[in-house]
Design a protein around this ligand. Sequence first.
Ligand code: HEM
Length: 216
Amino acid sequence: MAIDTTIYDRSSGVSSAILDWLQMLTGAGLILFMWSHMVLVASVNLGAGAMNTLARFFEDTYMAQVGGPLIGATFLLHFILAARKVPFRTEQQSTIWKHTRALHHLDTWLWLVQAFTAMIILIMGSIHMWTVLTDLPITAAKSAARIQGGFWLVFYLILLPMVELHVGIGFYRIGVKWGFIKRSNRKGLKRFENILTGIFILIGLITIIRFMTLSI
Ligand code: HEM
Protein backbone atom coordinates (compact mmCIF):
# COMPACT_ATOMS: atom_id res chain seq x y z
CA MET A 1 0.00 0.00 0.00
CA ALA A 2 1.38 3.43 -0.97
CA ILE A 3 1.97 5.77 1.93
CA ASP A 4 0.44 9.20 1.62
CA THR A 5 3.21 11.61 2.54
CA THR A 6 1.27 14.78 1.68
CA ILE A 7 0.50 15.70 5.30
CA TYR A 8 4.05 14.99 6.46
CA ASP A 9 5.58 16.95 3.59
CA ARG A 10 3.27 19.90 4.11
CA SER A 11 3.85 20.10 7.87
CA SER A 12 7.62 19.82 7.52
CA GLY A 13 7.45 22.51 4.81
CA VAL A 14 5.45 24.75 7.12
CA SER A 15 7.82 24.32 10.07
CA SER A 16 10.80 24.95 7.80
CA ALA A 17 9.12 28.16 6.55
CA ILE A 18 8.49 29.26 10.17
CA LEU A 19 12.13 28.56 11.06
CA ASP A 20 13.23 30.54 7.98
CA TRP A 21 11.05 33.48 9.09
CA LEU A 22 12.50 33.29 12.59
CA GLN A 23 16.01 33.19 11.15
CA MET A 24 15.25 36.30 9.10
CA LEU A 25 13.58 38.13 12.02
CA THR A 26 16.39 37.38 14.50
CA GLY A 27 18.93 38.37 11.82
CA ALA A 28 17.09 41.64 11.08
CA GLY A 29 16.88 42.35 14.83
CA LEU A 30 20.63 41.79 15.20
CA ILE A 31 21.36 44.02 12.19
CA LEU A 32 19.35 46.83 13.84
CA PHE A 33 21.17 46.17 17.11
CA MET A 34 24.60 46.33 15.44
CA TRP A 35 23.72 49.64 13.75
CA SER A 36 22.62 51.10 17.12
CA HIS A 37 25.69 49.56 18.81
CA MET A 38 27.94 51.36 16.30
CA VAL A 39 26.24 54.71 16.99
CA LEU A 40 26.47 54.17 20.79
CA VAL A 41 30.14 53.10 20.84
CA ALA A 42 31.12 55.74 18.24
CA SER A 43 29.65 58.42 20.53
CA VAL A 44 33.11 58.42 22.16
CA ASN A 45 34.26 60.40 19.13
CA LEU A 46 32.11 63.28 20.43
CA GLY A 47 33.89 63.00 23.78
CA ALA A 48 34.16 60.55 26.68
CA GLY A 49 31.28 62.42 28.38
CA ALA A 50 28.89 61.65 25.50
CA MET A 51 29.61 57.90 25.68
CA ASN A 52 29.38 57.87 29.50
CA THR A 53 26.04 59.69 29.48
CA LEU A 54 24.55 57.25 26.97
CA ALA A 55 25.93 54.23 28.87
CA ARG A 56 24.55 55.59 32.18
CA PHE A 57 21.13 56.10 30.57
CA PHE A 58 21.07 52.47 29.35
CA GLU A 59 22.11 51.19 32.78
CA ASP A 60 19.80 53.46 34.84
CA THR A 61 16.84 52.25 32.76
CA TYR A 62 18.08 48.61 33.06
CA MET A 63 18.19 48.38 29.25
CA ALA A 64 21.81 47.16 29.39
CA GLN A 65 21.20 44.64 32.20
CA VAL A 66 18.04 43.21 30.55
CA GLY A 67 18.68 44.04 26.89
CA GLY A 68 22.26 42.70 26.97
CA PRO A 69 21.31 39.10 27.87
CA LEU A 70 18.33 39.34 25.45
CA ILE A 71 20.73 40.25 22.64
CA GLY A 72 22.93 37.31 23.74
CA ALA A 73 19.91 34.95 23.55
CA THR A 74 18.85 36.31 20.12
CA PHE A 75 22.44 35.88 18.94
CA LEU A 76 22.46 32.18 19.99
CA LEU A 77 18.96 31.54 18.57
CA HIS A 78 19.99 33.10 15.26
CA PHE A 79 23.05 30.83 15.15
CA ILE A 80 20.99 27.68 15.91
CA LEU A 81 18.47 28.57 13.18
CA ALA A 82 21.15 29.39 10.59
CA ALA A 83 23.21 26.30 11.49
CA ARG A 84 20.51 24.17 9.79
CA LYS A 85 22.04 25.22 6.47
CA VAL A 86 25.75 25.38 7.34
CA PRO A 87 27.94 22.54 5.97
CA PHE A 88 29.70 21.25 9.11
CA ARG A 89 30.84 17.85 7.78
CA THR A 90 34.04 17.53 5.76
CA GLU A 91 32.33 15.98 2.71
CA GLN A 92 29.65 18.72 2.73
CA GLN A 93 32.39 21.37 2.93
CA SER A 94 34.35 19.88 0.06
CA THR A 95 31.16 19.67 -2.07
CA ILE A 96 30.14 23.29 -1.43
CA TRP A 97 33.71 24.43 -2.09
CA LYS A 98 33.81 22.57 -5.45
CA HIS A 99 30.35 23.87 -6.45
CA THR A 100 31.16 27.45 -5.47
CA ARG A 101 34.36 27.42 -7.53
CA ALA A 102 32.56 25.90 -10.49
CA LEU A 103 29.54 28.22 -10.42
CA HIS A 104 31.39 31.57 -10.75
CA HIS A 105 28.45 33.25 -9.03
CA LEU A 106 29.17 36.14 -6.66
CA ASP A 107 26.14 35.55 -4.43
CA THR A 108 27.28 31.95 -3.79
CA TRP A 109 30.67 33.31 -2.67
CA LEU A 110 28.85 35.81 -0.46
CA TRP A 111 27.01 32.90 1.18
CA LEU A 112 30.35 31.20 1.94
CA VAL A 113 31.71 34.43 3.46
CA GLN A 114 28.50 34.57 5.52
CA ALA A 115 28.98 31.03 6.87
CA PHE A 116 32.71 31.58 7.61
CA THR A 117 32.27 34.93 9.39
CA ALA A 118 29.39 33.43 11.39
CA MET A 119 31.73 30.95 13.12
CA ILE A 120 34.24 33.67 14.08
CA ILE A 121 31.47 36.01 15.29
CA LEU A 122 29.87 33.25 17.34
CA ILE A 123 33.05 32.73 19.35
CA MET A 124 34.39 36.30 19.48
CA GLY A 125 30.98 37.97 19.91
CA SER A 126 30.19 35.69 22.88
CA ILE A 127 33.55 36.45 24.55
CA HIS A 128 33.05 40.20 23.94
CA MET A 129 29.49 40.30 25.33
CA TRP A 130 30.50 38.27 28.40
CA THR A 131 33.47 40.59 29.07
CA VAL A 132 31.49 43.82 28.75
CA LEU A 133 28.31 42.70 30.50
CA THR A 134 30.12 41.16 33.50
CA ASP A 135 32.10 44.39 33.96
CA LEU A 136 29.31 47.01 34.13
CA PRO A 137 29.09 49.97 34.24
CA ILE A 138 30.33 50.76 30.74
CA THR A 139 32.59 53.81 30.73
CA ALA A 140 34.77 55.33 28.03
CA ALA A 141 37.80 55.06 30.35
CA LYS A 142 37.30 51.30 30.91
CA SER A 143 36.78 50.68 27.18
CA ALA A 144 39.89 52.74 26.37
CA ALA A 145 41.96 50.87 28.99
CA ARG A 146 40.86 47.55 27.46
CA ILE A 147 41.80 48.60 23.93
CA GLN A 148 45.07 50.29 24.98
CA GLY A 149 46.02 46.99 26.67
CA GLY A 150 46.70 45.56 23.18
CA PHE A 151 44.82 42.25 23.32
CA TRP A 152 41.41 43.84 22.75
CA LEU A 153 42.84 46.06 20.01
CA VAL A 154 43.79 42.99 17.96
CA PHE A 155 40.54 41.29 18.98
CA TYR A 156 38.38 44.19 17.68
CA LEU A 157 40.49 44.63 14.53
CA ILE A 158 39.48 41.04 13.65
CA LEU A 159 35.88 41.13 14.95
CA LEU A 160 34.97 44.49 13.37
CA PRO A 161 35.39 43.51 9.67
CA MET A 162 33.88 40.05 10.35
CA VAL A 163 30.74 41.61 11.88
CA GLU A 164 30.36 44.33 9.26
CA LEU A 165 30.76 41.85 6.38
CA HIS A 166 28.24 39.50 8.01
CA VAL A 167 25.76 42.32 8.69
CA GLY A 168 26.14 43.82 5.19
CA ILE A 169 25.79 40.51 3.35
CA GLY A 170 22.96 39.46 5.69
CA PHE A 171 21.08 42.68 4.89
CA TYR A 172 21.51 42.11 1.14
CA ARG A 173 20.51 38.41 1.36
CA ILE A 174 17.35 39.19 3.35
CA GLY A 175 16.39 41.59 0.54
CA VAL A 176 17.03 39.00 -2.20
CA LYS A 177 15.42 36.07 -0.39
CA TRP A 178 12.26 37.89 0.67
CA GLY A 179 11.82 39.70 -2.64
CA PHE A 180 12.62 43.35 -1.78
CA ILE A 181 15.68 43.20 -4.01
CA LYS A 182 14.66 42.31 -7.56
CA ARG A 183 16.62 41.72 -10.74
CA SER A 184 16.01 45.36 -11.74
CA ASN A 185 17.46 46.99 -8.59
CA ARG A 186 19.89 44.22 -7.57
CA LYS A 187 23.09 45.79 -8.89
CA GLY A 188 22.43 49.19 -7.34
CA LEU A 189 21.48 47.74 -3.96
CA LYS A 190 24.54 45.51 -3.90
CA ARG A 191 26.66 48.62 -4.45
CA PHE A 192 24.75 50.38 -1.68
CA GLU A 193 25.41 47.43 0.66
CA ASN A 194 29.16 47.52 -0.14
CA ILE A 195 29.33 51.26 0.54
CA LEU A 196 27.39 50.84 3.82
CA THR A 197 29.74 48.05 4.94
CA GLY A 198 32.76 50.24 4.09
CA ILE A 199 31.33 53.21 6.02
CA PHE A 200 30.65 51.08 9.11
CA ILE A 201 34.17 49.59 9.05
CA LEU A 202 35.59 53.12 8.72
CA ILE A 203 33.52 54.48 11.65
CA GLY A 204 34.57 51.40 13.70
CA LEU A 205 38.26 52.01 12.92
CA ILE A 206 38.01 55.73 13.76
CA THR A 207 36.37 54.73 17.06
CA ILE A 208 39.13 52.24 17.87
CA ILE A 209 41.77 54.92 17.14
CA ARG A 210 39.85 57.34 19.42
CA PHE A 211 39.95 54.75 22.24
CA MET A 212 43.68 54.28 21.65
CA THR A 213 44.32 58.01 22.03
CA LEU A 214 41.92 58.71 24.92
CA SER A 215 43.84 59.67 28.06
CA ILE A 216 42.79 57.49 31.01
C1 HEM B 1 24.58 43.86 24.67
C2 HEM B 1 25.65 43.51 24.07
C3 HEM B 1 26.85 44.41 23.82
C4 HEM B 1 27.35 45.43 24.56
C5 HEM B 1 26.84 46.00 25.89
C6 HEM B 1 28.53 45.94 23.86
C7 HEM B 1 29.33 46.99 24.28
C8 HEM B 1 30.49 47.39 23.66
C9 HEM B 1 31.41 48.38 24.19
C10 HEM B 1 31.25 49.12 25.50
C11 HEM B 1 32.43 48.51 23.29
C12 HEM B 1 33.66 49.44 23.43
C13 HEM B 1 34.92 48.63 23.62
C14 HEM B 1 35.01 47.92 24.96
O1 HEM B 1 34.47 48.41 25.97
O2 HEM B 1 35.67 46.87 25.03
C15 HEM B 1 32.16 47.61 22.20
C16 HEM B 1 32.94 47.49 21.08
C17 HEM B 1 32.72 46.60 20.05
N1 HEM B 1 31.70 45.70 19.98
FE1 HEM B 1 30.17 45.46 21.34
N2 HEM B 1 28.69 45.21 22.71
C18 HEM B 1 27.68 44.26 22.65
C19 HEM B 1 27.47 43.35 21.65
C20 HEM B 1 28.26 43.19 20.54
C21 HEM B 1 28.07 42.19 19.53
C22 HEM B 1 26.94 41.18 19.52
C23 HEM B 1 29.06 42.37 18.63
C24 HEM B 1 29.34 41.59 17.38
C25 HEM B 1 29.22 40.31 17.32
C26 HEM B 1 29.89 43.47 19.05
C27 HEM B 1 31.00 43.96 18.39
C28 HEM B 1 31.82 44.98 18.82
C29 HEM B 1 32.98 45.48 18.08
C30 HEM B 1 33.48 44.97 16.74
C31 HEM B 1 33.55 46.48 18.86
C32 HEM B 1 34.81 47.29 18.50
C33 HEM B 1 34.63 48.73 18.51
C34 HEM B 1 34.15 49.36 17.24
O3 HEM B 1 33.21 48.88 16.61
O4 HEM B 1 34.70 50.39 16.89
N3 HEM B 1 29.37 43.95 20.22
N4 HEM B 1 30.98 46.96 22.44
